[in-house]
Each structure stands twice: as C-alpha cells, then as structure tokens.
Write a protein that binds this ligand. Structure first.
Ligand code: 4F9
Length: 248
C-alpha cells in the first residue's frame, strides 16, 4: 500500500516514518511513503503558499494554485488513490473507518494544511475530509500520520507474525484487558493469581470480564445493546462486585 503526503513539511513526515513498526514495514517493502510539497509548485520569488483571507480576519489561507497542482501531481503518481484532506471539520476517524481503508487496499493521498485552513476551492480535488478528534492543531501532518499508522497495522506482515490488528481493542469492540509481565511483584503490586495459574479457560474468562468491566466503566457507549449468555453473566458479576465495593 502506498501513502503520499501533500505537505509543506516533508521532513516531518520522513522523520516519523524512519522509526519503529512503520519504519520497518517500509524497509521490508510492505508499504511506501512519499511526499509532494506544494511549495515546489509556486512560481514567484518568495514561493508563496498562503495569503490573507477575502472578507478580512486573522490568519492566512492556503492558496489554491500550489495545492491543486500538488494534488494533481499526487493523483498522477497514484491514480487509484483516495484523496483525504485532514481538517477539524471532517468526519471523525474511528477504527471502523481505519478498517475500511485497510480492506479496500487503495493507496491514500493525505492533503495536509496549515495556518487557518485551505481555500475552499481546493476541496473540489479531494474525495473526503477527515478529522482525528475535536481539537485544533497547527497542521494536518500529525493527523495524517495517525491515519497512516492505524491503517499500516492492518497490512499483512507489518505487525509481525504473532500480533493481529483484528484482535485489538476497538476491532473487538471492547477496551483491552490489563496485561502484566515479570516481575510477579513490583513495589508491592502483584500480578493477578489467575494469570499465573496456567488454566487457559479461566484466563480467557478473566480477560473477557476485565474487558467488559473497563468498557462499562470508561466507555459504556461501546458496549453492545444485547449480551450473549456468557457476557450477560460476567456483566452481572461486575455490577454486583461494583455495588459491593460501594457499600462495603
Ligand atoms: C485535522 C485537527 C484533523 C483534527 C488540521 C489544524 C486537524 C487540524 N483533525 N487542525 N489543521
């Protein structure tokens, strides 16, 4: 899968992509990352990419000519790609959107803005607007890198043999259960007995219950409307235990 960033800060993208799991995936040829800089499509001495807004107001607006020229070039390089502009007004990224991108397998072109935003006409060359959450950043590069990172985890081989993106939190629909490694005791905090016992059915039950409990406490919006019989029993235990803690 290929990822192309239309960005005024290609060095930022290249630096981040040099590391960790994405870096290794690129080295292994499982994905590729490239950048096109709209500044290279300017024709004036100052290589101007922004200008003041019509109608007045603070801040600068990204000019259509260099951005559309850069997007055109990007589409020439990746004709089948989806073109995604990162902006706070887009639909909010969720794991199901990540999985849609991953399973479609289409290359992705990310259009990253800066300053006060894009000239509205630029969106005529974009397939969709995407937000990574309800906050304003200084630019679209970090959001675009987040989207790529989340999608790259689904490319076969990127996570390595043992791990599976499909089994992760949000893909399973629930928050993750707690994990522990050695030592058994750290600063007076011990690893739960059940995890050290080697009874795999009991461990699976404990983990499912912890996932349900974490989701119930922190993200009840993620819980299913109806539980199967096993989950319903675990939920009843969780609620009884929490009520006991409150009263005890
Ligand atoms: C983009 C914020 C996507 C959240 C782009 C300023 C942005 C953003 N999600 N903020 N430029």
């Amino acid at each position: 899968m290929k990822f192309l960033f239309v960005t005024l800060f290609p060095e930022l993208i290249e630096q981040v992509c040099a590391y960790s799991i994405v870096g290794r995936g690129i080295e292994a040829g499982l994905l590729s990352v490239s950048c096109i800089n709209p500044r290279d499509f300017t024709h004036d001495k100052h290589r101007t990419v922004d200008d003041s807004p019509f109608g007045g107001g603070a801040g600068m607006v990204l000019k259509p000519e260099p951005f559309v020229a850069a997007i055109r070039k990007a589409k020439e390089e990746l004709p089948e790609a989806r073109v995604i502009a990162l902006c706070p007004g887009g639909r909010t990224l969720k794991q199901n959107i990540v999985e849609d991108y991953a399973h479609a397998g289409k290359d992705l072109i990310f259009v990253c803005g800066h300053y006060e935003g894009f000239d509205e006409r630029i969106f005529n060359w974009v397939d969709e607007k995407l937000s990574v959450g309800d906050y304003v950043l200084t630019g679209g590069e970090l959001p675009a890198l987040m989207v790529m990172d989340a999608v790259a985890r689904f490319i076969p081989g990127v996570l390595g043999k043992m791990a599976s993106a499909e089994e992760d939190s949000f893909s399973t629909g629930l928050l993750e259960y707690p994990q522990y490694t050695r030592p058994v005791e750290f600063e007076g905090l011990t690893v739960p007995e059940v995890l050290r016992g080697g009874n795999h059915a009991l461990i699976a039950r404990w983990r499912r219950k912890q996932s349900l409990k974490a989701t119930y406490l922190h993200r009840p919006d993620l819980l299913p409307e109806k539980f199967d019989k096993a989950d319903a029993k675990l939920m009843a235990e969780i609620k009884a235990e929490l009520a006991g803690e409150e009263n005890g």
